[in-house]
Design a protein around this ligand. Sequence first.
Ligand code: ZN
Length: 465
Amino acid sequence: MSVPILDASICYAPRMTTRSTILDIDFAALDERVVNWLREYVRIDTTNPPGDVSLAADWVEQALRAGGVTTTRIGRSPAKANVVATIGDGDSARSLILAHHMDVVPAVATDWTVTPFGGEVRDGFVWGRGTLDMKAFGVITMVCVLALKEAGVPLSRPVRILATADEEVGGIDGAKWLAENHFDDVRGEFLLTEGSFARAGPRATYYAVQVAEKGVTTAKLTARGQPGHASAPREDNAVVRLARAIARIGDYRSPPAALGLARRYLSAFPASALRLPAGKAVDDLTDIEMEALLHELSGGARIQHMLRNTFSPTMVNAGQGQNVIPATAEAYVDCRLVPGVTPDDLHEELVRVIDDPAVEIEFVKSSVGTESSSDSELFTAIRDAVLSERPEAIVVPYLTSGGTDCKHFRPRGITCYGHIPFELNDPELERIHGIDERVSLENLQRALRVLMRVVVNVCTPEKAY
Ligand SMILES: [Zn+2]
């Protein structure tokens, strides 16, 4: 696909002071630019695998350079390009990094009602693979930063745009590779990327800011026993042993391990939303009560899993003949670990639950959870920015069970949050990695305003709220 030609003309407001930045910007022009750019960006097919983002990187660089911003391209190969651009002088270690990944998951065109890589605008939405996950956020960050640059807003700390490859396959040649090999080129104090959205819950609209994510470990269980003819049943049958182990894991409920985070999350809600019995505070709740409350507040979403490690058996493999007892039987278990739980802790927990030394446990893939403090200038800025646009909303720290690029940068000391300020309900959320992914024009407009306020709040001497 050829690289789209960018429309270089846009109406920026005249130079302004920081205090009036937000009010003076010509948002109508910027909103139009966001939609047009998103349509172009979606049309660049960056399906991963294979995850060739070279044309997307061309497009990002061209858009930024047209606005007078210098870009740098870093990658292990031309296909796995990463783009970084810094606006503003000053200590780069203090930068605010606005990060997005350019790759997207596959889309089966026959399942969709629109062309997945068409960038169609219909019914008040921009449709296409990668709109929510996460090209729209990428476009918004670029439009926001270019507008501030054009307006001549003085920056008290640099702002960085970071566009990465390979997020959908664990950041192998993207964020992981950058953090390990080019950290000095991408470092900063704060990083904002995907990780969570705003949700209209039954009791409140809450903007969940991902401050922590679970580790993902795949455990391989191998049960061993004496092989033999099926006509002579054996007590040490490997299949039976494995089945017993899986059943124990299925029945098991890990003890709560993220109580502090869950309490901070619940404490962010007003008492009217929590509806606690008179005289009872969040600190008084048992873990069972907290879990029930989390479940209620989220309208049944997966939020209750933020309290504890979870285990899901996913694959089973045993036997070659219907009348042969096999010597081994194996299964895979997807384990999600709250921050602070180590692989050794997990191993101990699984040994205890399975309670059978004839079942071996091996980790074929392992990552630990990561967490950033929610007590930071960036968190405060996000909360203030959201409340300026949505005074009735609640901004809460959040733990996700899925991974983002944050997991590669948190261990390097960057305070990382995952938040895209789109208000989404469950059916809209299911389109991510699903069919007919789309983002509403209303969400694009609100998110641009929120992000603009966040950047002004964190990167200029004055505040935008
Ligand atoms: Zn994503």
